[in-house]
Design a protein around this ligand. Structure first.
Ligand code: ADP
Length: 332
């Protein structure tokens, strides 16, 4: 009888942790109480079984059993501007990547890593106009080359994570995302959830993807971050770039640009006016797109931060919960 209760609990625990339920501990006790009553077994005996199940999961699951609530995933984006040299084709900033992989070891719960394209994906995708959609046969090889470039960069990221002792696997976005007109319509996330449950870090990246209406398009790492954060109910979303956050103008061009510490849907209208990106092509090197993606996320109640991951320890400090290091994007 007790084993039937335990089996029912395994299912509940799995469902609960993978939803990243914030009230896991409360629900856990309620369930143990209910089942103990139903199967007439002592609460304490059943709790022991639950602990055993929790211990067979990842370390962060054990922490949940020990009274911590850290079970919703952290999502970190490593910007292409940080891990590659954008001025030199296919050039990885190995030292920065090594350092960032070590900083990521500060994450104590489940972690999803997303990285950008930098001088790998962008250059090839641009050459073949992949983002515009299918225009002709010439793009097919361009699509293939763009994806391959991203796989190569991804392999560098995975190597660095492994060297830092972080078990990680590549997840190919073009093989699991259904995209229409450049936006994710749905995505098969069962393997990602299972990896998180096991304690393995899924690593995704901006990718060339088949598009239901355009034929092909580019799915940015920034859009992926937002989609994943919403679906996996992320506890913490951090985007690392090579500047201190969002400025009133490109800080690399304008010496007098001011750092904007907080952006809300209302304040963004003024900021975007000052940086002159409204309506037109993204003159901010991707920064306006980033903020607009993150504002969508803020509307579903998840705030995000853009920090300077090119400076040592900033990403780590953000992971450890320090606020005000860069720009926070939130509602109100
Ligand atoms: P990543 O590829 O790392 O995700 P992007 O290159 O898309 O990041 O965006 C970061 C770059 O945006 C910075 O290197 C910066 O020079 C540029 N940029 C342009 N306008 C702004 C702005 N208003 N505030 C901050 N950065 C800006």
């Amino acid at each position: 009888m007790a084993s039937a209760a335990a089996a029912a609990l395994v299912e509940t625990i799995k469902a609960t942790i993978m939803g990243g339920h914030p009230d896991y501990l409360k629900i856990r006790s309620e369930w143990i109480r209910k089942l103990a009553h139903e199967y007439e077994v002592p609460f304490k005996d059943l709790e022991k079984v639950v602990k055993r199940i929790e211990n067979s999961y990842a370390p962060w699951m054990r922490m949940a059993g020990e009274g911590q609530k850290l079970i919703r995933p952290t999502i970190v984006k490593l910007g292409g501007s940080v891990i590659t040299d954008k001025r030199r084709k296919f050039m990885v900033k190995q030292a920065a990547l090594r350092r960032l992989a070590n900083e990521l070891t500060a994450v104590k719960g489940p972690l999803v890593v997303v990285h950008g394209g930098g001088s790998f994906g962008h250059t090839v995708a641009f050459k073949y106009n992949i983002a515009k959609g299918y225009e002709g046969e010439r793009q097919l090889m361009g699509f293939s080359l763009t994806h391959r470039a991203m796989e190569k960069l991804n392999a560098h990221v995975i190597d660095a994570l492994q060297k830092a002792g972080l078990p990680s696997v590549a997840i190919q976005p073009s093989a699991c995302a259904v995209v229409r007109d450049g936006r994710i319509e749905s995505m098969e996330l069962t393997p990602v959830r299972k990896f998180l449950e096991l304690g393995i870090i899924p690593v995704l990246y901006g990718d060339a993807v088949p598009d239901l209406s355009r034929g092909m398009s580019i799915l940015s790492g920034d859009q992926l971050v937002v989609y994943l954060a919403r679906e996996l109910r992320a506890s913490h979303v951090i985007l690392g770039v090579d500047v201190d956050g969002v400025y009133t103008a490109d800080p690399k061009v304008r010496g007098n640009a001011r750092l904007v510490r907080m952006i809300t849907p209302t304040s963004w209208r003024d900021v975007v006016k000052s940086i002159g990106a409204a309506g037109g092509p993204d003159v901010t090197g991707g920064m306006a797109n980033k903020v607009e993606e993150l504002l969508r996320l803020a509307e579903s109640g998840i705030e995000a931060e853009i920090v300077n991951a090119a400076k040592p320890d900033i990403l780590k400090r953000a992971i450890l919960g320090e606020r005000g290091l860069g720009t926070t994007i939130k509602v109100g």
